[in-house]
Design a protein around this ligand. Structure first.
Ligand code: CTP
Length: 222
């Protein structure tokens, strides 16, 4: 289990959607490129890779040799991860699940009025926190969890906070205010923090090159 080749690798990617009515949803700017890059590179290392993704461009998913599971909402994504999860899994959460969902969902299209409009939102489940709890309750002692943090300010402080509060083995920090990093780009710049106190800076390179580096770090830390 110290080798990625012997592990099941579960990768999530893309945004999720939280629908208000049949026409409108709440989502974010994630494209799924980082997730696909990770799944592509992971599938060169392990024969057991599954990519769980929210709505992303079809062209990103063409000609893949690994399994793919398509989901819509954050709750769907949590359930899909739980179905796949095994003690020998490595979970890499590069998805950007929506954090809020409308309290009221309408089966019929909501019509506009003249005045202002407001919606009440409630929190969606935090997938990583739920999986951390599940790992403890079910003694999945080998499960290795990698999170991502896309931040614009106080980047290290927020990333280290998430590493701890979500019970992760490792977190990949993306400063999205830097040129050459973030949503929709083909390149990325990352700092990886490990729960043993380690820190590795990955300079600007393609998302596939970043994926290779992240997987190398996982392999060393397994
Ligand atoms: N994540 C998750 N469940 C959610 C939202 C995010 O598991 N409902 C995961 C992401 O896949 C990512 C990490 O948590 O690996 C990001 O941390 P989070 O703090 O939830 O990200 P933001 O939504 O950007 O949070 P904040 O607004 O607090 O910065």
């Amino acid at each position: 289990l110290k080798q990625l080749s012997k592990r099941k690798i579960i990768i999530t990617g893309g945004p999720t959607r939280e629908w208000f009515d049949p026409i409108r949803f709440l989502s974010n700017a994630s494209t799924g490129k980082m997730g696909v890059a990770l799944a592509d590179e992971a599938s060169k290392l392990s024969g057991d890779v599954v990519f769980i993704h929210g709505p992303v461009s079809d062209s990103l998913l063409q000609n893949k040799k690994y399994r793919m599971v398509s989901v819509e909402s954050t709750e769907d994504m949590l359930n899909a991860v739980l179905i796949e999860l095994t003690d020998d899994s490595v979970l890499i959460m590069s998805a950007a699940p929506a954090d809020y969902t409308p309290v009221q969902k309408s089966d019929l299209k909501i019509k506009k009025g003249d005045g202002e409009m407001s919606f009440e939102l409630k929190r969606t489940p935090d997938i990583l926190k739920n999986i951390s709890k599940y790992r403890e309750e079910n003694s999945l002692n080998n499960l290795f969890m990698v999170g991502f943090a896309a931040e614009t300010d106080n980047t290290e402080e927020y990333a280290l906070g998430k590493l701890k509060s979500k019970g992760l083995n490792m977190i990949c920090l993306n400063d999205v205010s830097q040129a050459g990093a973030g949503f929709g780009k083909d390149t990325n710049i990352m700092t990886v923090f490990i729960n043993d106190g380690g820190r590795i800076d990955l300079p600007m390179q393609s998302k596939n090159e970043i994926a290779v580096e992240i997987l190398k770090i996982v392999e060393i830390k397994l």
